[in-house]
Design a protein around this ligand. Structure first.
Ligand SMILES: NC(=O)C1=CN([C@@H]2O[C@H](COP(=O)(O)OP(=O)(O)OC[C@H]3O[C@@H](n4cnc5c(N)ncnc54)[C@H](OP(=O)(O)O)[C@@H]3O)[C@@H](O)[C@H]2O)C=CC1
Ligand SMILES: CC[C@](O)(C(C)=O)C(=O)O
Length: 340
């Protein structure tokens, strides 16, 4: 088994007296910044004026322009959208680098040569294996999201110590961290989100929903069956693997799982997964995404608009309004009405 790193493997004091600039305050940025601050690390935020800037100020952080935050920090963690990192790096971060350690949460731009870091800096990544909002939520629950870490350049000889101290400060070492390379992190992350976690899953859910609705079943029922219950089933897998999930379902469901599952995900699906992986490995996917952004996202925007109008989304929006436990606005409304 690969070596896993946990809290006892990290020297938390490594970050004492060091200032970390978190560049970006979105999904990952807010989580890293808040978790590190709660772990006793000195954090400043680098941003442009706007929504995130206001949020970071509201959360009590010192917020600076990207250049100013970079210049004053010992460690610079770049948590900007991947597609904007190259421009911001070239214009605002690179001119302010002396020998700060440069960090990422995803290796995309370094691996695909969009960012070429200076020779004087340690360059590493700490990539939580989960959405930023869960990185924060689990930290507050005394738990954590596991992470990968990788060292690209180790000028000081201390890059691994920094990676582990950082991973500990954001709560990742409560769940475990695994050492990798920029190449492996980038390729597996892109594959996971495309073939399984995001792309594979949304396509599977929509296909199941459409099959039921096209056969004349009620859309609300189809939503419960193919989307809502998915979370409950996945929670069981998260807790106990496939076996743990199968322990809780009926034997009828388990028999259907065994005989029908492989009819849905068969060798042809796996062949397609291999083709997706190849496009990632040879840079075809990265090139397409970079060009799509240079053209102001015509395809991304068209698909995004179409997806929002899918019947499963319309039905889901209405159903979730009636579930205070999954809809924060509804929850606030219910709490407020209970007080009157
Ligand atoms: N989302 C996730 O859970 C995961 C993300 N990652 C990686 O983390 C990194 C960050 O992704 P994510 O958290 O999703 O990003 P988000 O889109 O959620 O947040 C991006 C942040 O960058 C700010 N920003 C955008 N443009 C600029 C600019 N020109 N100058 C200054 N600030 C700017 C945004 O502020 P504003 O409000 O002004 O737009 C926002 O605060 C990426 O490398 C991603 O691959 C890794 C693991 C999981
Ligand atoms: C699954 C999507 C992800 O890779 C993640 C949350 O880990 C992302 O980049 O957002």
């Amino acid at each position: 088994m690969a070596k896993m790193y946990y809290n006892g493997d990290a020297n938390a004091a490594y970050l004492n007296g060091k200032k970390v600039a978190v560049i970006g305050y979105g999904s990952q940025g807010h989580a890293h910044a808040l978790n590190m601050r709660d772990s006793g690390v000195e954090v400043v935020i680098g941003l442009r004026k706007g929504k995130s800037w206001d949020k970071a100020v509201e959360d009590g952080f010192q917020v600076y322009s990207v250049g100013e935050a970079t210049a004053q920090a010992d460690v610079v963690m770049i948590l900007l959208p991947d597609e904007l990192q190259t421009k911001v790096y070239k214009e605002e971060i690179e001119p302010n680098l002396t020998n700060q350690a440069l960090m990422f949460a995803h290796g995309f731009n370094v691996h695909f040569n969009q960012i070429v870091p200076p020779k004087e800096s340690d360059v590493l990544l700490v990539a939580p294996k989960g959405p930023g909002h869960l990185v924060r939520r689990t930290y507050e629950q005394d738990a954590g999201v596991p992470a990968l870490f990788a060292i690209y350049q180790d000028v000081t000889g201390e890059a691994k110590e920094l990676a582990l101290a950082y991973a500990k400060a954001i709560g990742a070492l409560r769940a475990g961290a695994l050492e990798t390379t920029f190449k492996e992190e980038t390729e597996t992350d892109l594959f996971g989100e495309q073939a399984v976690l995001c792309g594979g899953l949304t396509s599977l859910v929509k296909a199941g929903f459409e099959t039921l609705v096209e056969a004349g079943y009620q859309p609300e029922l189809a939503y419960f069956e193919t989307l809502h219950e998915l979370k409950l089933i996945v929670d069981l897998m998260y807790e106990g693997g496939l076996e743990g999930m199968r322990y809780s379902i009926s034997d009828t469901a388990q028999w259907g799982d065994f005989v029908s599952g492989p009819r849905v995900v068969d060798e042809r699906v796996k062949d397609e997964m291999k083709a997706i992986l190849k496009d990632i490995q040879d840079g075809k996917f990265a090139k397409g995404w970079i060009l799509e952004n240079q053209a102001n996202r015509p395809v991304f925007n068209a698909i995004n608009a179409r997806e929002k109008e899918h019947l499963i989304e319309q039905v889901g929006r209405d159903l979730r309004k009636m579930m205070p436990f999954v809809n924060k606005d509804k929850k606030k409304e219910v709490v407020a009405s209970a007080k009157h």
